[in-house]
Every structure is written in C-alpha cells, then in structure tokens.
Design a protein. Structure first.
Length: 255
C-alpha cells in the first residue's frame, strides 16, 4: 500500500506545479490578456503579473504593437481600362484587445483580406494618370476606408502606402513615347520663345539706331575692332552708304 501512495503523492505535486504554472502569467508592457471565466468575458488584464483561476479561467494574449502588413500584388483594371499590378503596405495596431478577440475570429487574417479588397476597389475607380501621380491622395483614401471597416474589431489603421505599380510592356512603351513627345514640345516652345525675345530685342535696337544715327557708326567701328583681332589674311571693310553720299553730292555740285 505504501508503495502506491508515494508515486501518487509525486503525481499530485507535479500536477499542482503544472496547474500553478498555467495560472501565473507574466504580461509584457505591449501585451494584454483577454480573460474568459467559464466562457464569459471578464475583461483585460496586464501588464505585469496576472493570476488566473485554474481550469475556470482562460486567457488569450493580444499584441498591441504596430503590425506591418505586406499586401500582395493585386490585378487591377483602372477606369480607363488599363490592367496593372499594385501592391501596398499597411501599418495597423490593436487599440481594443477585447473587440479584437470577441468581434472577429482572426483579426490578422481579416485585416489582410479587407486590405486586399479595398485596394482593388479604390484603385480600380481611378485612371492610370491619377494612379501614377496622386499617390498621397490615394494613400489617404485607402487608410480612411480600411480604418473605418476595421474599427469595430478594435483595430486602428494608421498608414497605407502604395508601393509598386507594375505596367504592361506596351503601356510602358506608350508612356515613354508620350514623355519624349512632351519633351520635344517643351524644347520647341522654349526655342520659339527665345527667338521671339531675340526678335523683340533686335526691334528695340533698330528703334534706338533709327533715333541716333551715330550708334550705327559706333557699331561699325566695334565690328572692325573685332575683325582686326582675328588672324585673317584678308580683311573686308564694309563702307556705309552715308560715307559715299558726301562724295556723291560733291560730284553732282561740280559743273
């Protein structure tokens, strides 16, 4: 009889240690325990040392830190019928541990699924140019929609960022041709604007010379000085017609 009592005594000790170990929980600062007593929600506990009633109480641990969710690439058809692949990243955290456990079966999986469907829905309403150029506005719209849908689960979505927009090869070539045409257009506009300004300046110079005939003589002498600085074997001196008029008048006055 004594031989049976000793093993049974050790069994009770081991069983007591196991039960006591399961009844004592250490909850970190960024964690919370959602406690159920016989299936009834008792609330949140933690951080610190938490004691549970063995067998009667059960606890589910919830992490309150920000979670980074990488949304896989989604096939999206834009409003102007362009097929693209878009992926994004979502930053969210649990702000109400009780709702995250009670209101949804798996808040991690549910948030991932709602992020994918919202990404396809919101971006599918945009045109390709808006998708490429208005990232900030689209990110804000995605964040508001996803956050509104996850709010009953005690999940707060803080940021949504569209990462990559993959275009088909033919669309990339079309965009490249469009960009090249735009650059050529800008170059022609700039060139035409330069010619217009140069013509305006020349007209102003002509008006000044017309008012002051001596200005053309000064310009003539300046041109001669510039020609003389060059190593030329032959130098041509243009003679203004005003110089010749003096001699022409003198010849006409002679009998």
């Amino acid at each position: 009889m004594a031989q049976l009592v000793v093993p049974f005594f050790f069994f009770l000790i081991v069983l007591g240690i196991i039960i006591l170990a399961n009844a004592i929980r250490v909850v970190r600062e960024y964690e919370r325990l959602v406690v159920f007593r016989l299936g009834r929600l008792m609330g949140e506990r933690g951080p610190g040392l938490v004691l549970l009633i063995p067998i009667i109480e059960r606890a589910i641990k919830v992490d309150l830190r920000t979670i980074t969710l990488d949304v896989p690439s989604q096939d999206i058809i834009t409003r102007d019928n362009v097929s693209v692949k878009v992926n994004a990243v979502v930053f969210y955290r649990v702000v109400n541990a009780r709702d995250a456990v009670v209101q949804v079966q798996n808040y991690l999986f549910a948030t991932s699924q709602i992020s994918q469907t919202t990404l396809r829905s919101i971006l599918g309403q945009q045109e390709l140019d808006e998708l490429l150029s208005e990232r900030d506005k689209l990110n804000q719209a995605l964040q508001q929609v996803i956050d509104r849908q996850t709010e009953p689960w005690g999940v707060k979505v803080s940021t949504v960022e569209v990462k990559n927009v993959d275009l088909p090869q033919e669309m990339q070539r079309a965009i490249a041709r469009q960009a090249e045409a735009e650059r050529e257009r800008r170059a022609k506009v700039i060139n035409a604007e330069g010619e217009y300004q140069a013509a305006a300046r020349l007209a102003e110079a002509a008006a000044v010379i017309a008012k002051e005939p001596a200005a053309i003589q000064l310009r003539y002498l300046q041109t001669l000085a510039e020609i003389a600085t060059e190593n030329n074997s032959t130098t041509i001196f243009p003679v203004p017609i005003d110089f010749l008029r003096v001699f022409m008048k003198a010849a006409e006055s002679k009998p």
